[in-house]
Design a protein around this ligand. Structure first.
Ligand code: SF4
Ligand code: SF4
Length: 249
């Protein structure tokens, strides 16, 4: 029997679910190997009671999200965190700094109390439940998503790159942004996207999360040589990595 798969979204702009539709040529192949019983972006019905694989996009920002995740974990044998919001808290986690009530007041004015009802400090989904596989990035890379989904369906171990971006960036023959005195977060960011932004001419903004093998002290020393302060590094890195403890310095 094909694995029954659900795709659900918590706090996000659903961009990674949209990105799934960009699988294009491979989408029909993928759909042929699974039983896609619910896709929140495309479905008008309710979540089924039973399924095998849950693909979860978005950060946790409400009590309802917590309850949803607990039910998902009780039901699914495999949980996949889809995209930066689910994996690291992503952009929604910016709300975790400062006064959450004040943030809502700033955006929603006199309706803030009503909108904020049931809201909690944003967090990644692995703060609530165990996660089996992760597809990092904002948005996700479709090829990586297919690889991760395939590994999940085959029962293979999770394999998320741990090293930072620079080595793969060099193989693309990119001129390092540091040579121009510009900050690029590839120096501390988890590789796996093929140094996409840098190759397109833009510095990395760290959407795949801080690489476990990143050498922060070395990065800070390198930046200092180029006239870039550690504060700038941390400030920019927090865009996608507010909750990253390695940046708490
Ligand atoms: S810092 Fe950025 S531009 Fe420089 S090598 Fe690393 S990933 Fe490439
Ligand atoms: S280069 Fe950096 S910002 Fe761009 S997709 Fe890769 S990790 Fe994300």
């Amino acid at each position: 029997m094909a694995a029954r798969v659900v795709v659900i979204g918590l706090a996000s702009d659903f961009g990674c679910q949209v990105q799934m539709t960009n699988i294009e040529d491979d989408l029909l192949d993928v759909l042929g190997t699974i039983d896609l019983v619910y896709w929140q972006l495309a479905a008008s019905g309710h979540m089924p009671e039973e399924y095998d694989v849950a693909i979860v996009e978005g950060a946790v920002t409400t009590d309802a999200h917590v309850e949803t995740l607990k039910r998902v974990r009780e039901t699914a044998s495999v949980v996949i965190a889809l995209g930066a919001c689910a994996a690291t808290g992503g952009i929604p986690a910016l709300g975790a700094t400062g006064d959450l009530e004040a943030h809502y007041g700033c955006v929603y004015g006199q309706d803030a109390a009503q909108v904020a009802c049931g809201r909690i400090t944003p967090m990644a989904i692995d703060s609530v439940i165990g996660v089996d596989y992760v597809v990092p990035g904002c948005p996700i890379d479709t090829e990586e998503f297919l690889v991760v989904l395939s590994r999940a369906l085959l029962g293979l171990k999770s394999r998320v790159p741990a090293e930072p971006m620079c080595a793969i960036c060099k193989t693309k023959e990119n001129v390092c942004f540091f040579e121009r005195g510009e900050l690029c977060l590839g120096v501390i960011t988890r590789t796996g996207c093929g140094a996409r932004c840098i190759t397109l001419g833009r510095p990395c903004t760290g959407c795949r999360g801080v690489a476990p093998e990143a050498n922060l002290d070395s990065a800070i020393a390198l930046l200092a040589e180029k006239g870039i302060t550690a504060e700038r590094l941390f400030e920019r890195a927090r865009l996608y990595n507010t909750l990253e403890e390695a940046l708490d310095r």
